[in-house]
Design a binder for this molecule. Structure first.
Ligand SMILES: [Zn+2]
Length: 405
């Protein structure tokens, strides 16, 4: 395992500057490509799973967070309010209240449930500067969030489906969970007081974990203030665990925001809110990917997927043309020409790039390419179109194998 802070700088993925501030990393072009690709993967997976995407504002009135309970239970992590025209507005510490208001803005029939609202949105946490570092403790967070509004009968299936989405995302990213944790409330006062609500929600989560055959540890004192949750834990380079993905059952915020749907009986009923995040924050997910893969991302996520290496200046024009064909096919490719050094030096320099296309005079005249894989395997010379099409198929399916026959 590697330290993502060190590798992130060495690979030009992200950095920080004291002038911008601690805990506020910026993304360099290669890091931005990884982030964008990951975000698009999540959006596509959510669309397939029946989620609808929304945008909600990063600022909101203090009153919104008083109603949600954040102001009373989560204030230590929030930025102080700003006075604007006699009103107090705050940077949001979560996306939940905005989504509850979006749900409430239209009337809903039981036929629309489960209603799944998703957003990849920024939220803000007033972390102390002493604990900041790299992408794991940041003050501005891009959260992969969603809220499912459903009936009590639908909760178990929705939680199970969310766990399945998390499982397939981990397979695509080539990572594994260190363990599953059932996070329950502790003895301190940060949790809303509603014993019946806590026990019902905890029972539901246990049933889903048992039904999925997942082993887990129940830990007190790790719940959200409004409800228990399943946390999917991953380990960093030093073996420290952190939560990447979560699924939470919430009876509290639907009460606070007075949410309802119209049932088959024509009457008003209270929905349950399931909060879930597949990859947690984009920052934490990318930090974990950097550490786990040592910068050798799965091909679909790699900042540069193909390094085109002309043997000499004579193949330069053909190499540029080949790069353009790769880009037209939806792949990310760069030419590293002989001006950058010997072929073996360029092979070393691009060792984290999944595919190296080596172009000599024979390949150029036959429209063929010699493919070298990141793991050192050399494939027989093959038609360029075949190689591009094969890589395109592998990356489109988020396959973590570099090559399959
Ligand atoms: Zn939420």
């Amino acid at each position: 395992m590697h330290d993502h802070r060190k590798l992130g700088r060495e690979l030009d993925l992200f950095d920080t500057d004291p002038l911008i501030g601690a805990g506020l990393p910026y993304w360099l072009p290669d890091g931005a490509t990884v982030r964008h690709t990951l975000e698009e993967y999540i959006r596509a997976a959510e669309r397939r799973a029946g989620y609808q995407h929304v945008y909600s504002p990063v600022l909101g009135k203090r009153e919104l967070y008083e109603i949600s309970g954040h102001w009373a239970h989560y204030n230590d992590d929030m930025y102080p309010p700003m006075d604007v025209g006699g009103e107090q507005v705050v940077l949001r510490p979560s996306l939940c209240p905005g989504h509850a208001v979006i749900y409430r803005s239209r009337s809903h029939s039981y036929r629309e449930l489960p209603l799944r609202i998703a957003e990849l949105g920024a939220m803000y946490r007033s972390e102390l500067s002493g604990v900041l570092g790299g992408l794991t403790r940041v003050r501005a967070i891009q959260l992969n969030d969603a809220h499912i509004f459903c009936t009590l009968d639908q909760v178990a299936d929705e939680v199970a489906d969310a766990l399945a989405l998390i499982g397939s995302a981990y397979r695509a990213m080539g990572i594994t969970a260190a363990r599953y944790r059932l996070s329950l409330p502790g003895a301190t006062g940060k949790y809303v007081a509603a014993p019946d609500m806590w026990s019902r929600a905890s029972k539901l989560l246990r049933e889903v974990l048992d039904g999925a055959g997942l082993s887990y540890q129940a830990v007190e004192g790790e719940a959200a203030f409004y409800g228990p949750k399943i946390d999917v834990q991953v380990a960093d380079h030093a073996g420290r665990e952190s939560t990447l993905s979560t699924v939470q059952v919430d009876f509290y915020q639907p009460e606070r925001f007075d949410l309802h749907y119209i049932g088959p009986d024509g009457g008003k009923h209270r929905p349950v809110m399931v909060h879930r995040s597949i990859i947690g924050s984009v920052e934490r997910a990318v930090a974990h990917l950097i550490e786990h893969h040592g910068g050798a991302f799965p091909a679909w996520l790699a900042p540069s997927q193909i390094a085109v290496l002309p043997i000499s200046a004579a193949e330069r024009a053909a190499a540029d043309d080949l790069r353009d064909r790769c880009i037209d096919a939806g792949l990310r490719a760069r030419v590293i020409g002989p001006e950058s050094g010997s072929l073996s030096a360029r092979v070393r320099e691009t060792r984290l790039t999944p595919y190296q296309f080596i172009l000599g005079p024979a390949e150029t005249s036959n429209d063929e390419v010699s493919v070298r894989l990141r793991d050192g395997r050399r494939l027989p010379t093959q038609p360029t179109t075949t190689a591009i099409a094969h890589i395109r198929t592998l990356t489109a399916h988020h396959n973590t194998h570099l090559w399959t026959d």
